[in-house]
Write a protein that binds this ligand. Structure first.
Ligand code: PMP
Length: 409
């Protein structure tokens, strides 16, 4: 079922494993929004639906057992990619749901004496759930400021993180500036006040296996569809002791020990957080994606993605009136390149680029406060995946140059 991925790395060879990229005139550069899906994942989805479709949780027939084995196997695969035990992996519907799950569970634990710290860099998914918690429960909310180049301003952490801080919830990698968070510095301050740490890993998880216990955080949220898996599936990882102290967020079938007409007792994690029939095919697809990703030579892939990012930043910065948002150096920086062009609306620019087969995103990318801090309303964004190549970056640079001439004339 799986296709071999050779040691070393050739993006053109890998690209052939992605049927969605077979159109010769498509240059797909919107991977931070969602990535394409390899044959290995498509085969796993089809295999599950045909050979193992049943419901999980104790139905005593062979199809149910096959479904349970596939679901458990998928949990083990993604756990392996994250370097954690399977029982610490909670399947969700994506990063947004995972963060809402954590905020919803914490709503039963936190109140006006408590503080959650986010940052100015956040996707709305890691801001609005905490705003809701502040509104509903009176929890205080503060934000770590950013530097002019769009990194967390960690020199000002002490101004924001106080003794009442229970959680620091920040992105691992920005979906606008590409800045990667220096996790060790966040942890140092968090540990000093006894706060837990959540990383929004939506933009980091697709770019190489993780060792979450070594990273040292308590919670990690990710989306399957950004890491070459299906939509509608994601993970909230939590350390065993951190998950154990949380009540469920959604309640219903399949997550209980016993129920009376008045009350219920709940299963241990991860089941406690997975009410209802889970997105089974999605989980199986994400497991297949994790298995596929696990076979890649990541030092080669990361070097390749860094080269594309450097090439795009340098080429865009060289165009008249173009400003690349975010750090221009490649140290601790993901393959996301957002930019603005003087006198040209980013939506008009991206619509024009689409005519050349260049797929980029335009707008505020669900990060309005971040764009406001950078002094712009929105931006155009190219974001790279392992199957992109230098020719596509050249086509991007040529396309932007041409489009700007046309739109400015
Ligand atoms: N956080 C970040 C940093 C993201 O880039 C995204 C997706 N754009 C999300 C959260 C939300 O992910 P999803 O829509 O898959 O829930």
């Amino acid at each position: 079922m799986d296709q071999p991925v050779s040691r070393g790395f050739d993006p053109r060879v890998v690209k052939r494993q992605f049927p969605g990229l077979s159109a010769p005139d498509l240059r797909y550069l919107d991977n931070a929004a969602t990535a394409q899906v390899p044959e290995a994942v498509l085969a796993a989805l089809r295999g599950f639906e045909i050979e193992a479709r049943g419901n999980v949780h104790g139905t005593p027939h062979r199809r149910s057992r096959a479904a349970q084995a596939a679901y458990d196997g998928a949990r083990a695969e993604i756990a392996g990619y994250l370097g954690v035990p399977p029982q610490e992996v909670v399947f969700t519907y994506g990063t947004t749901f995972g963060i809402n799950l954590l905020a919803g569970a914490l709503a039963e634990r936190l109140g006006p004496a408590d503080r959650v710290v986010v940052s100015r860099l956040e996707h709305h998914s890691n801001l609005l759930p905490w705003q809701k918690l502040a509104r509903r429960r009176g929890v205080r909310l503060s934000a770590i400021p950013i530097t002019p180049e769009g990194r967390l301003d960690l020199d000002r952490l002490d101004e924001v993180v106080r003794a009442d801080t229970r959680l620091i919830a920040v992105t691992h990698c920005s979906n606008v500036t590409g800045a990667e968070t220096e996790v060790a510095r966040i942890l140092e301050v968090a540990r000093a006040v006894g706060a837990r740490v959540l990383l929004d890993g939506a933009q980091r998880a697709p770019h190489g296996p993780l060792d979450l216990p070594a990273l040292g955080v308590d919670f990690y949220a990710l989306s399957g569809h950004k890491m070459y898996g299906p939509t509608g599936i994601g993970v909230l990882w939590g350390r065993s002791e951190a998950l154990a102290e949380l009540p469920p967020f959604t309640v219903g079938g399949q997550m209980v020990r016993s129920v009376t007409m008045e009350s219920a007792t709940f299963a241990d994690p991860p089941g406690r957080f997975e009410a209802g029939t889970p997105p089974l095919a999605g989980a199986v697809g994400l497991g297949a994606a994790a298995r596929w990703l696990g076979k890649l030579d990541w030092s080669a892939v990361q070097a390749h993605e860094r080269r594309l990012t450097g090439h795009a930043i340098a080429g865009l910065q060289a165009l008249p009136g173009v400003r690349v948002l975010g750090p221009h150096d490649l140290e601790r920086r993901g393959p996301v390149v957002s930019f603005v062009a003087e006198g040209v609306d980013s939506l008009a620019l991206c619509l024009r680029l689409d005519e050349d087969g260049l797929a980029l995103r335009a707008g505020h990318h669900c990060a309005q406060p971040l764009h406001a801090a950078l002094g712009v309303a929105g931006s155009a964004r190219a974001s790279f995946a392992l199957y992109n190549d230098e020719d596509e970056v050249d086509a991007l640079l040529l396309g932007v140059d041409r489009a700007l001439h046309e739109l400015r004339s």
